[in-house]
Design a protein around this ligand. Structure first.
Ligand SMILES: NC(=O)C1=CN([C@@H]2O[C@H](COP(=O)(O)OP(=O)(O)OC[C@H]3O[C@@H](n4cnc5c(N)ncnc54)[C@H](OP(=O)(O)O)[C@@H]3O)[C@@H](O)[C@H]2O)[C@@H](O)CC1
Ligand SMILES: [K+]
Length: 552
């Protein structure tokens, strides 16, 4: 139901490019010319008056794109200075280099040369793209740090750095900078605009990608036929169709740009289902019954946020279940919420004899001991559930036995490190070669190990399901949900709301991965709609507005 925009790893992109060229319908040179023309077109859209440009061209095809861009800008009346590397690039880049030489010189690609040039309106970074395999050497690193000043230094900031495919040094599979620590560093190569080709890559949306790419534009260079047909790349010997089942997709603020038709269709289907205009259910039980397991006296806030979110997202009934002695804590609005005391695992088993309870949430405000006590009963029921907060801490001690494909684990980075310490360590390590181990890799590994859907929270939330049962050697589907445009979503209680949204969607019958992805999307959409100043209490009540904005 919700698939977002398909995104491609760099290996998949290369394979599609090769399939296109092998078909004889298109050549590498033609693709390069389209790519360069697209970037030049976007530059001219944003800077309509011809000015001065410096184009920095690396040794591979990214550099080849740079020579095409230089030619287009020169033809349009720009004063263009080209810095390039004097070694033997591939045949297409060599041809573009030769054609540029008919228009102007190529100066050495050095830090000194860059600094000695005139101040320019636009700097084009065409040094490295998808072919980066190791950290840039000293000379290129010096150039990149000089470009830092052009792109993002607060003192000199003028948005005039345009990146071809990505800011150089960024690993497009992970969003990490090769050779640099993964923790945020404030001096980054930050482009005003990045023009990438055919599809977004994981690195555009993960870790430092969103911050460093600036505005991301995806240019169509005519590869759709090979992306969408069976002529695509095969992995592990699996046919393309199976591979698409195991594909990676993304939900990001601008994702309709990549594929408007698919977006419109998604939007229509999503709106119809969310607002209950599509489907057979005509009474409240037809929309499921969500149970929010809550904690003792003084811990009520988190579970109440989850419960309110589950109600707002359309679960037919929502019951909040603290210990009997704490019921009084949960009185008061919303009146639509039902209350029921659940003291221990046995009481929960009794309650779950009611087959109409279709989604549960355990963790927010629950207390670690209580969560640990309720977990076996909950998992034993096989019912769809979200495990968050204290339930994750309990799980870190108890292990993964009993988890199943209808469980959604929603850890933040700290909880993820407690649950999967070795994966977190790999993810934190400084990457010295590409493609670097990414958040997608880590979450897929976590899903395979735990047997549950895992949602790793962050501005670049990653969600993955375990491998398909019939194809255990493949990876399961994964989704990147990019919400770097709503930093105010990082606020106390925000995760409790997310858990409640997912529980409500599970109760309504969505499969676990879809419920997690749709929950993440609604969560960010609600925050986006409210704007800065948001507190978690505001989120659930934005949901009806989000539904209305969908045209429902
Ligand atoms: N996708 C598409 O359909 C299309 C893609 N196109 C474009 O092609 C780009 C990909 O091109 P690409 O494969 O030639 O790689 P690219 O990024 O130019 O650089 C790799 C070069 O640098 C080298 N190298 C690597 N690391 C290094 C380091 N640290 N320090 C020094 N050198 C290093 C490496 O050589 P190596 O030494 O590793 O053998 C290689 O020579 C892509 O981003 C897009 O812009 C369009 O033209 C057409 C359609
Ligand atoms: K680049």
């Amino acid at each position: 139901m919700l698939s977002g925009t398909e995104i491609l790893t760099t290996a998949q992109m290369r394979a599609i490019e090769s399939a296109a060229m092998a078909s004889g319908k298109v050549t590498g040179l033609k693709l390069m010319k389209r790519a360069g023309a697209a970037v030049a077109g976007h530059i001219r859209l944003r800077w309509p008056r011809p000015g001065r440009a410096t184009v920095l061209c690396g040794p591979g095809n990214n550099g080849g794109d740079g020579y095409v861009i230089a030619r287009h800008l020169a033809w349009a009346g720009w004063q263009v200075r080209v810095l390039g590397i004097d070694n033997t690039p591939g045949p297409d880049a060599a041809e573009m280099r030769r054609q540029w030489l008919a228009l102007g010189p190529i100066l050495p690609l050095t830090d000194a040369e860059l600094r000695s040039g005139p101040d320019c309106d636009v700097y084009v970074d065409a040094i490295f793209g998808t072919g980066l395999t190791r950290p840039p050497g000293r000379e290129i690193a010096a150039i990149l740090s000089c470009l830092d000043g052009y792109g993002g230094d607060a003192a000199f900031y003028r948005p005039r750095l345009v990146a071809v495919d990505c800011p150089s040094g960024l690993c497009l599979d992970s969003g990490a900078f090769l050779g640099q620590a993964r923790q945020p560093v404030w001096h980054n190569l930050r482009a005003a605009l990045t023009v990438a080709f055919d599809s977004p890559k994981p690195g555009h949306l993960l870790e430092r990608g969103p911050e460093c790419c600036g505005e991301l534009v995806i240019a169509d260079i005519g590869l759709r036929e090979w992306r969408e047909t069976e002529a695509g790349p095969s992995r592990n010997g699996a046919p393309w169709r199976t591979q698409r089942m195991a594909s990676l997709s993304a939900i990001w603020p601008g994702f309709e740009i990549a594929d408007r038709r698919r977006f419109a269709d998604e939007k229509r289907k999503r709106a119809a289902w969310l607002t209950k205009r599509e489907g057979d259910a005509r009474h409240k039980f037809g929309h499921g019954h969500a149970l929010i397991l809550a904690g003792g006296m003084g811990q009520g806030g988190a579970a109440r946020l989850s419960a309110r979110a589950a109600l707002r997202v359309g679960a037919g009934l929502v019951t909040i279940c603290p210990p009997q002695s704490a019921l009084i804590e949960y009185l008061g609005p919303p009146d639509a919420l039902m209350r029921r005391g659940v003291n221990d695992g046995d009481a929960l088993i009794g309650l779950l004899r009611d087959g109409r309870i279709t989604g549960l949430c355990l963790g927010p405000g629950c207390g670690i001991d209580r969560a640990a006590g309720l977990l076996p009963a909950l998992l034993g029921s096989g019912r769809s559930c979200v495990l968050d907060a204290d339930a994750l801490t309990a799980l870190a001690t108890q292990g993964f036995a009993g988890l199943h494909r209808n469980c959604v684990l929603t850890p933040h980075a700290g909880e993820f490190a407690r649950l999967f310490p070795d994966l977190a360590e790999r993810l934190d390590a400084r990457p010295d070669k590409g493609p670097a181990y990414s958040r997608v890799d880590a979450v897929r590994d976590a899903a395979a190990r735990s047997g549950a859907v895992v949602l790793l929270k962050g501005p670049d939330t990653v969600i993955a399901e375990p491998p398909p049962r019939a194809h255990p050697h493949l990876t399961g589907r994964a989704v990147i949900h990019s919400a770097s445009d709503v930093p105010w979503l990082a606020t106390a209680g925000s995760g409790d709301v997310l858990a409640g949204l997912i529980a409500g969607l599970l109760a309504r019958g969505l499969p676990a991965l879809d419920a997690a992805a749709m929950g993440a999307w609604l969560h960010a959409a609600a925050a986006r709609r409210f704007g800065p100043g948001l507190i978690a209490d505001d989120l659930p009540d934005q949901i009806p507005g989000v539904f209305r904005d969908l045209g429902a």
